[in-house]
Design a binder for this molecule. Structure first.
Ligand code: NAG
Ligand code: NAG
Length: 422
């Protein structure tokens, strides 16, 4: 009996132990499943915030879904300060200047070609709606965290040496080749840049060409409005060249984002989608395609407006998003930027612009032409005292010039890694 009870006891013990182990396993699985589903929920919540109900959806040949969202349902209106905002359907004033793209194009021997967004082949958005590139599950999953999706990972404004501490210049591997002006009050900038599809060595790198409208110091409170084209596999999941904007009012820390990936920019245009692919792009020794971008501060309302191409007024960044830029900009920059993550300890072979050096000239090198600034009287003016800056001219370089048709211009870019850039 004694031994029988003993053995029953042992059996009970063994059973308890087994249940214990099973319990622990299931508990542990539950915790893992819980954190998995918590992330899933977080992603879904974020997607619901970003992707507004669409009136119509257009499928682009590149796989993008373009949602036509009613203008008053766009992400901007999630901003607490914009709850009662009345959309301004047009700027009060438009800056006037010397270089009208159409006139320049007619005169120039090198005629640029019209440029489009790829999704247009499959339809247009109805009036009263704006096209928004839908964010997919996998787009968010590629980001380091749900919160960081759509934001720059690092400070990424080129800091020309005159303005900066030398140790600020090499910023997390970001490399630039730019032209810039500073030392005045600026109320906008304009440029026409040709569009390329630079090759990117690693998905965590990118290559872009843009203008920067800057206010404040290069410390924690930098205000920046940025617009141009970019190739960014991490952000978009492919190597296509895309139209983009960015803004921040605290040096890329807590505020701002790309495109419409946070509330801020108010879009009024129903033809052009931020973050959508641009097509076609320029080819080496072949057809050149360029886009014009104008950003200016409306003297009446004080908002910063953006125009794409010849007359697509995209919308505006309300002035209250900014501190310094609520008044004016103190610096304008134009040019290219790449991330050099130094794969294998060597300089990246990610290209900037066309991937060719400036001295190759038209049809081969990438350019910005007719670069202008907007002055205090809302006039477009040639920039005075243009400086240039590049961290490593043997990797990516910049060369300025001026003539009648192109006004102030510069060629910029390069291949990255080469015998002189290791
Ligand atoms: C930045 O880094 C590169 C390569 O690491 C170096 O050659 C260059 O001198 C640095 N520039 C400055 C201004 O420190
Ligand atoms: C992007 O280009 C790189 C090489 O330049 C290639 O390895 C990669 O597969 C491409 N990614 C996509 C999504 O096409």
């Amino acid at each position: 009996m004694g031994s029988a009870r003993f053995s029953r006891c042992r059996t009970m013990e063994a059973l308890v132990a087994i249940f214990c182990v099973l319990g622990m396993i299931s508990l542990c699985c539950a915790t893992r499943m819980e954190s998995g589903s918590r992330q899933k929920l977080e992603v879904q919540k974020h997607l619901r915030r970003l992707n507004k109900p669409a009136v119509k959806t257009i499928e682009s040949p590149d796989g993008d879904l373009i949602d036509c969202v009613h203008m008053s349902h766009q992400p901007a209106f999630d901003h607490p300060f914009l709850k009662d905002h009345k959309i301004q359907m047009r700027p009060s004033y438009h800056p006037e200047g010397l270089f009208d793209e159409n006139k320049v194009a007619e005169k120039a021997s090198e005629k640029p070609n019209p440029i489009n967004q790829l999704w247009h082949v499959n339809g247009k958005c109805p009036d009263g709606t704006i096209p928004i590139r839908r964010t997919k599950h996998e787009d968010v999953l590629r980001a380091s965290s749900v919160k960081r999706y759509g934001r720059k990972k690092h400070r990424s404004t080129p800091i020309p040496p005159r303005s900066a501490e030398p140790d600020l210049i090499n910023q997390s591997g970001h490399q630039h080749a730019i032209a810039y002006v500073e030392g005045d009050k600026y109320y906008g900038a304009k440029a026409t840049m040709n569009v390329w599809e630079p090759s990117i060595q690693q998905p965590n790198e990118f290559s872009l060409s843009q203008l920067w409208i800057l206010g404040g110091s290069f410390g924690e409170d930098l205000n920046s409005i940025e617009a141009g084209w970019q190739v960014s596999p991490d952000l978009y999941g492919d190597n296509n060249t895309r139209l983009f904007t960015y803004w921040t009012s605290d040096a890329y820390q807590a505020t701002g984002c790309y495109n419409l990936l946070c509330s801020g920019f108010i879009q009024i245009n129903s033809d052009i989608a931020m973050g959508a692919s641009i097509s076609p792009v320029s080819a080496y020794r072949n057809s050149q395609y360029d886009i014009s971008i104008l950003v200016w501060k409306d003297p009446k309302e004080g908002h910063w407006w953006m125009q794409f191409g010849n007359g697509f007024v995209m919308g505006y960044w309300p002035s209250f998003l900014f501190s310094y830029l609520a008044d004016s900009a103190s610096m304008i920059e134009w040019g290219g930027e790449v991330v050099n993550s130094e794969p294998n300890g060597q300089h990246t072979s990610t290209q900037m612009g066309s991937g060719h050096f400036p001295d190759e000239g038209f049809g081969k090198a990438s350019y910005f032409r007719n670069i202008q600034v907007v002055d205090g009287s809302n006039n477009l003016k040639p920039p005075k005292g243009i400086g240039t800056f590049t961290e490593q001219p043997d990797c990516y370089d910049v060369q300025t010039g001026s003539n009648g048709d192109w006004g102030h211009f510069f060629y910029y870019g390069g291949p990255g890694r080469n015998p002189n850039c290791q």
